[in-house]
Design a protein around this ligand. Structure first.
Ligand SMILES: CC(C)(COP(=O)(O)OP(=O)(O)OC[C@H]1O[C@@H](n2cnc3c(N)ncnc32)[C@H](O)[C@@H]1OP(=O)(O)O)[C@@H](O)C(=O)NCCC(=O)NCCS
Length: 217
């Protein structure tokens, strides 16, 4: 079956559904056939070495770990501004919802209700004075192991490097507890994040296109 024929089958049988493929030719055929791109993303993974356990903390940032009961070291209301700032409408993974993101996003993703239980020792907030300036959430994702469910930093005032520091802080704590890998998914057009991940040693493992199959008009 050619990619064009496969795309026609998808349009015949999966109208109104989301479809995902790791085949770039099929992805192009689906888009040509009228599907809408929802996400073009990469799974990236980094192997953790014993030497990662000795990673020195970046002295520029004060990073506080989540508690053993997956509670943030600062109240969620103090965390939210940095998250909202990191995902404005212009961001490819914009997080809409404002204050409701605490109940609809932050709490479900840290309480284990979505991707997996939080690895609290490797999840933290970067704090400058009284201000939360960034965060990293690492979960134990079934079938994947340690997985970054989110990482962000406040864009104002511009604090370059806090994301990379959070990343290496998590790498250190995961390596110390004997974990072997750390994975994540990143949207193709999120060039900033991809730059940071590549620099930190993450390698693209798989790429996938998720499309929305049109309903009958
Ligand atoms: C991902 C993130 C946490 C990294 O934070 P950080 O380590 O402080 O790094 P910065 O954001 O300052 O940018 C990293 C690099 O990307 C570069 N960069 C900026 N825009 C870029 C672009 N459009 N294309 C490529 N690189 C870009 C920056 O110049 C910087 O490089 P430099 O250190 O040589 O100056 C931060 O960019 C962020 O919060 N992004 C929004 C939320 C997000 O996308 N999270 C990841 C979800 S998978």
């Amino acid at each position: 079956m050619t990619a064009t024929e496969a795309a026609e089958e998808v349009l015949t049988h999966l109208r109104g559904w989301l479809a995902a493929t790791a085949d770039p030719v099929l992805a192009a055929a689906l888009l040509d056939a009228g599907c809408t791109l929802v996400r073009h993303a990469h799974v990236m993974r980094r192997h953790l070495a014993e030497s990662d356990a000795d990673e020195l903390p970046d002295p520029s940032w004060n990073i506080l770990a989540f508690t053993a009961s997956a509670q943030p070291p600062r109240p969620w209301t103090e965390v939210l501004p940095s998250l909202l700032g990191a995902y404005p409408p212009s961001h490819p993974d914009h997080l809409p919802g404002g204050e409701s993101l605490i109940d609809d996003y932050l709490i479900p993703y840290t309480s284990g209700g979505r991707l997996g239980p939080l690895i609290h020792q490797a999840s933290g907030l970067a704090v400058a004075g009284d201000e939360v300036v960034g965060g990293i959430l690492v979960v134990d994702r079934p079938g994947e192991g340690p997985w970054i469910s989110d990482i962000w930093r406040s864009p104002t005032p511009d604090r370059p490097g806090v994301g990379a520091a959070l990343l290496m802080w998590s790498v250190k704590h995961l390596a110390r507890s004997g974990q072997q890998t750390l994975g994540l998914a990143v949207t193709d057009s999120n060039s900033r994040a991809r730059t940071v991940y590549s620099r930190a040693g993450f390698i693209v493992e798989t790429t996938a296109w998720t499309v929305s199959v049109p309903t009958l008009s």
